[in-house]
Design a protein around this ligand. Structure first.
Ligand code: NAD
Ligand code: GLY
Length: 353
């Protein structure tokens, strides 16, 4: 098992290893004063691991109830959020009790937001079960639900008490979810440098989960520690996300987040070569790595549609579009440009090779 410490305003540890789910009850007992635990999960994850987790908590002396919703982004809304709060209230959860988020990023985001706001904030722990949640959404304290007008429109920063990532739970992931998580890992490699990049070029991520997840969590924790509330350096974590989010939105969210990010990274790097920020060899190497993990590098939408979708993103303002430009492996920078300049970048980004 590896432990990564996240020195956020509210510091915590991320435990990563094979088989460690059995220690969840002991850790909860050691790190909280809770007597009751509400396990928030989706139907798919619950059917695989719910009873096991409920038993582990029961054996450690907790009264544990579940609160389930249908899997998928469509559930990440105010209605589900309200249902979770009602369930917690009905279960008699107090401010000392704990929410256990058992699932992917959807579960983690909504359970975290419910924990952050129930009785003005009660403890919660993240038990990520997707690769994406393990390397990204379970760490860093962003919680949210979607509005019809857009993703993550309501939420807050609220750090978990700890994150427990049992890599054995990833064995049941569908290939598409493995790919989505791999895209975020490629993003970390582009931000961090050659060592991680070469490690995932040479050996499949799934053969080295513990090492790769730990490395990614270390990288993310560095950004979170320096800029917990996402005002500066943390924005680099959005490499590939400006075009990626636009691609997701254009597809009406049929294209999942990780796939959108892969397309976004490939596209913005293509444009960075066009504008002289990055060497073509880097772009070719990144595209090859993305494709190794079964992810696409071509943008399936027109420039105008992407522009319209990107302009609605909450990270952009009325006059400024913001995106991350890769200059090399381990060398990326935030760029802010006017709408017309962004349009030029988009044209270069979508150009067929
Ligand atoms: P998800 O939570 O919808 O999970 C994807 C699918 O995998 C679901 O159908 C789920 O039931 C299934 N699943 C989960 N674990 C499984 C397992 N072990 N075996 C089999 N199936 C399993 O999606 P996700 O990709 O994990 O997360 C995406 C969400 O995360 C989005 O809402 C996004 O906005 C959010 N996100 C948040 C942050 C953050 O910092 N808070 C960062 C990135 C993404
Ligand atoms: N997923 C980006 C962040 O946590 O900032």
């Amino acid at each position: 098992m590896q432990t990564v410490h996240v020195n956020a305003g509210q510091p915590y540890d991320v435990y990563i290893g094979s088989g460690i789910i059995t220690s969840l009850g002991e850790r909860l007992a050691a790190e909280t004063k809770a007597k009751k635990a509400t396990i928030v999960s989706d139907d798919r994850v619950w059917s695989l691991y719910g009873t096991k987790v409920q038993n582990i908590l029961g054996e450690a002396g907790f009264l544990a109830e579940c609160c389930l919703f249908a899997h998928g982004e469509e559930s990440k809304n105010l209605t589900t959020y309200g249902q979770i709060l009602e369930k917690m209230s009905g279960f008699g959860m107090t401010r000392e009790d704990v929410v256990v988020a058992l699932g992917g990023g959807v579960v983690g985001d909504i359970a975290g937001f419910a924990a952050a706001t129930y009785q003005r904030g009660i403890p919660f722990v993240q038990v990520p079960t997707t690769l994406l949640a393990a390397v990204d959404s379970s760490v860093g304290g962003k919680t949210a639900v979607d509005l019809p007008s857009g993703k993550n429109q309501v939420g807050c920063f609220y750090q978990p008490v700890f994150v427990l990532c049992d890599t054995d739970l990833l064995a049941t992931l569908p290939i598409e979810e493995y790919r989505n998580g791999s895209a975020e890992i490629i993003k970390y490699a582009m931000l961090d440098g050659l060592e991680l990049f070469e490690k995932i070029e040479k050996t499949a991520i799934c053969s080295q989960y513990e090492d790769i997840i730990s490395r990614c969590v270390q990288i993310k924790s560095r950004f979170v520690e320096n800029d917990e509330f996402d005002r500066g350096q943390r924005m680099l974590l959005n490499f590939g996300h400006t075009i990626g989010h636009a691609v997701e939105a254009c597809s009406d969210f049929a294209i999942p987040h990780g796939t959108g990010v892969a397309i976004g990274m490939a596209a913005i790097t293509r444009a960075a070569v066009h504008f002289g920020y990055c060497e073509n060899t880097i772009c070719e190497r990144l595209h090859a790595l993305i494709q190794t993990y079964g992810l696409p590098v071509e943008v399936p939408y027109e420039t105008e549609d992407l522009f319209e979708a990107a302009a609605k993103d909450k990270k952009n303002t009325a006059n400024t579009m913001r995106f991350i430009v890769p200059k090399g492996i381990g060398d990326c920078e935030v760029m802010e440009v006017s709408g017309s300049v962004f349009m030029e970048w988009l044209r270069a980004a979508v150009a067929e090779e």
